[in-house]
Design a protein around this ligand. Structure first.
Ligand code: 9WN
Length: 418
């Protein structure tokens, strides 16, 4: 236990590149958005100043329109594709042109409350402003149905990159003009654990659409080749708005309180659009065709974290968790076994990702399902004890997949499951 604590700290320290942390050495040499949010929780266990700094460095890449990019390229590195010259956003610091799950406000609230919830806390106030700007960006550019849910315009935005939920929408993406490019990820980890070449071509084609229109977010949202309402980001933004509201109330920010309360009410109501009665779960839906994926993923269980669902819906979600224990040794798989394209080793088509498990467990505690939360927490600890600090883990045999010495896995050990 103590040894694992030391190892976890050591991973964060070794992945520190000076004010920001890379997710893992080699495979991901830049600063990623939601990784940094979770990493801050890990640093907070032994270096609070460094925890705040991680997020402050991240928002140094925020765009004027409010978007917090999914990658900040502080220093160029040929080991990752697509790097800054492929995105070509023209920003300083260089960044990608898309965003990632909006979990920042939730983490800022936690850091701030752990330090006594002082409404004059200057570091919290600065990050509060950045989060508010980013949440407004989602509202303006990513709510095409005006129902408070989140549309993504690239599967990388979801952070659950190759989830089977995106397969039908990706199949419609034209790849005829993609051209040649050299993947780097499969030089670092086993290709059997990564998205396929066919999928990568589609990811690159969507990126090229954004670049070709000069990263015009209106154009991308209205006419982009990939438009999905993501259950994960919709739940995370609703939760983040609740956390932002708590900070707004502490500061007495009256106009923002009214704004956020309206936004929260809209999302609570809108979430029913994602409920799939047959699956008995919240599922992502295509914003162009309205088709529901019908797939039960780890993101479906974020309903508790977001504070949505009536008693019948919640009971069905708990029944789904119970059912999943029949095919998974460890919780929570990113896709239920037996679903289309399930693969216990391939990235977001089955493997367990501890940051999602953490959010699911948080929500379960808040909803009074302590036994389920404890089960997820102890399964997460067992995975690290068995296999080390991997990027993700097989729900069947607990083996590690993706990159080793992973920052957010180390952070989850320190802040949650140890
Ligand atoms: C693309 C860094 C990121 C995570 C994502 C995870 C993976 C990148 C990639 O790594 O995505 O953003 O190249 O595969 O899917 O959730 O933020 O750890």
């Amino acid at each position: 236990m103590t040894d694992l604590n030391a190892q976890a700290r050591d991973i964060l320290i070794r992945n520190d590149r000076g004010g920001y942390t890379v997710p893992t050495h080699g495979l991901y040499p830049y600063q990623w958005n939601w990784d940094s949010a979770f990493v801050a929780l890990g640093f907070a266990e032994f270096d609070r100043d460094r925890a705040w700094q991680e997020i402050e460095t991240l928002i140094s890449g925020q765009w004027d329109d409010g978007m917090i990019p999914h990658i900040i390229f502080h220093k160029d590195d040929p080991g990752y594709f697509p790097g800054p010259s492929v995105w070509a956003t023209g920003k300083t610091p260089a960044t990608s042109g898309i965003t990632q799950p909006p979990v920042l406000a939730t983490i800022v609230r936690k850091l701030w409350e752990d330090e006594g919830a002082d409404p004059t806390h200057s570091r919290m106030r600065r990050l509060y402003d950045a989060c508010l700007k980013s949440h407004r960006w989602f509202h303006v550019f990513r709510d095409p149905k005006a129902n408070g849910l989140v549309m993504v315009t690239h599967n990388w935005e979801t952070g659950r990159d190759n989830s089977s939920e995106w397969d039908d929408a990706l199949a419609r993406v034209d790849t005829s003009n993609v051209g040649d490019y050299q993947r780097r990820d499969t030089g670092h980890v086993d290709a059997a654990m990564r998205p396929t070449q066919n999928e990568y071509d589609r990811y690159v084609a969507i990126l090229q659409f954004g670049r070709n229109c000069g990263w015009n977010h209106r154009e991308i949202a209205d006419n982009g080749p990939f438009r999905m309402i993501d259950v994960g980001m919709s739940m995370e933004l609703l939760r983040a708005n609740r956390d932002l509201l708590a900070m707004a109330k502490a500061m007495g920010d009256a106009a923002v309180i009214v704004e956020l309360e309206a936004r929260i009410a809209l999302s609570e109501k809108g979430m029913d659009w994602l409920w799939n009665e047959e699956a008995g779960a919240y599922c992502s839906r295509d914003a162009t065709t309205d088709q529901s994926s019908g797939l039960v993923t780890n993101a479906s269980f974020l309903a508790f974290y977001a504070g949505v669902g009536n008693s019948t819906q919640r009971a069905r979600l708990i029944a789904a968790l119970e059912r999943i224990t029949g095919s998974a040794t460890y919780l929570v798989p990113s896709l239920e076994a037996g679903s289309r394209a399930y693969d216990h080793k391939r990235y977001w088509r089955g493997p367990i990702w501890l940051v999602v498990s953490y959010m699911v467990a948080q929500g379960l505690v808040e909803a009074g399902h302590n036994a389920w939360a404890d089960r997820i927490c102890s399964d997460s600890a067992r995975l690290i004890e068995k296999s080390g600090f991997y990027e993700s883990f097989s729900p069947e045999d607990g083996s590690g997949s993706g990159g080793p010495d992973f920052s957010w896995t180390a952070a989850m050990w320190l802040a949650w499951c140890s």
